[in-house]
Ligand binder design. Structure first.
Ligand SMILES: Cc1cc2nc3c(=O)[nH]c(=O)nc-3n(C[C@H](O)[C@H](O)[C@H](O)COP(=O)(O)O)c2cc1C
Length: 352
């Protein structure tokens, strides 16, 4: 199937503008999401499940491969993704206010390097609309794999008021989240990455933890794990600060990494924005390895996982789960399944 995708389908898709293809794919996946019997049959065939699901930060994952944030920004297609083999889905980034994002064109493909540059800037329907959508879809009890919700700051909210913006989204979306990823690392929003500094980040996370504790006490709900998604452009000293925060504040873990603003020497990825895909791999792996040597906190590795070997290398570096985005575009719809299968072979385990 991946061969057919690469030889016959991808060349047609790649003649179109990336966002138009994305909208088309979203429509197709929404149809799949709504067709429960087909979805169920495909899940049976494609969703590689461990005999003993992997339990990380208190959440059980059927396999170790997830869809990274940014593909399903508005919670439209998460129901369909297990049918393609994904063992978890991270939706978002969702912000308190609905926003259009940066002007188009803002996604650029570089097929020769299996790279993507995006300058999206969190276009999304906003926490209110996404919460209503999730409430409707949850009624049909269609959640087959854990759902991570990635939240960010609205562009119109000043950086000093960031915590209120994140807490609003948390309160709206908490009933649907198996975990939250706090995105402070997108390079396409002015000033957002300042929230990665020690004082800003601990203040932001404390506000979220307080909101979570209040919800747990008021409604008798379980606390929700928070993960923080970091940039690959941080210095090791800055990463040390984030590890310290993750440990002191008992975070669920760290998602490493987001896209990079740097470019490999001699590359032609000249579009403005964050670079993802194959050229990001070494940088992300270095960050994952650095974190895993210094803490036992779980790390979800994301960045340039373009082959099954690279997924394996992220686990060798200490990751406990991986996520993909760009290689889903370049390698085809069932690449998550291929990675999940390769991991079971590697670990000498059986899948159901
Ligand atoms: C078009 C596009 C949009 C993205 N949007 C988001 C986003 O909204 N929030 C986020 O946390 N990451 C976003 N990302 C980053 C991915 O989640 C991921 O961290 C990054 O692409 C590296 O993984 P990859 O090399 O497998 O693509 C986006 C990536 C791309 C290519």
């Amino acid at each position: 199937m991946d061969y057919i995708y690469k030889k016959a389908i991808r060349p047609i898709f790649f003649k179109q503008d990336p966002e138009s293809v994305h909208s088309l794919a979203v429509k197709g996946l929404q149809c799949l999401g709504a067709l429960a019997p087909i979805r169920a049959a495909m899940e049976k065939f494609n969703l590689v499940r461990d005999e003993n699901p992997v339990e990380i930060f208190g959440v059980k994952f059927p396999n170790k491969v997830g869809l990274a944030a940014g593909f399903d920004k508005d919670a439209l297609v998460w129901r369909a993704m297990p049918a393609l083999g994904f063992g978890h889905v991270e939706i978002g980034t969702i912000t308190c206010h609905a926003q259009a994002g940066n002007p188009k064109p803002r996604i650029f493909r570089y097929p020769e390097g299996e790279a993507i540059v995006n300058f999206c800037g969190f276009p999304n329907d906003g926490a209110d609309i996404v919460a209503d959508r999730l409430a409707k879809l949850f009624k049909s009890k269609s959640k087959k794999v854990p759902l991570g919700i990635n939240i960010g700051k609205s562009k119109i909210t000043p950086i000093e008021d960031a915590a209120q913006d994140y807490v609003y989204s948390y309160n709206k979306l908490a009933d649907f989240a198996d975990y939250f990823t706090v995105n402070v690392s997108c390079p396409n929003l002015p000033e957002l990455r300042k929230l990665q500094s020690k004082s800003e980040l601990s203040g932001l996370l404390q506000s979220l933890k307080d909101a979570d504790a209040e919800r747990a006490e008021k409604f008798g709900k379980a606390k929700i794990p928070f993960l923080v998604k970091i940039s690959p452009d941080l210095s090791f000293r800055e990463i040390d600060d984030i590890i310290e925060i993750a440990e002191n504040m008992d975070l669920g873990g760290i998602v490493a990494t987001n896209t990079t603003t740097s470019r490999p020497d001699g590359s032609n990825y000249e579009a403005k924005g964050g670079l993802s895909g194959a050229p990001l791999f070494e940088k992300s792996r270095e960050v994952v390895g650095y974190i895993c040597k210094r803490t036992k906190k779980p790390v979800i590795a994301v960045g340039g996982i373009s082959t099954t070997e690279r997924a394996s290398m992220m686990f060798d570096a200490g990751a406990c789960l991986v996520q993909i985005y760009s290689s889903f575009i370049y390698n085809g719809p069932f690449f998550a399944k291929e990675i999940a299968k390769s991991l079971y072979w590697r670990d000498g385990r059986k899948w159901l």
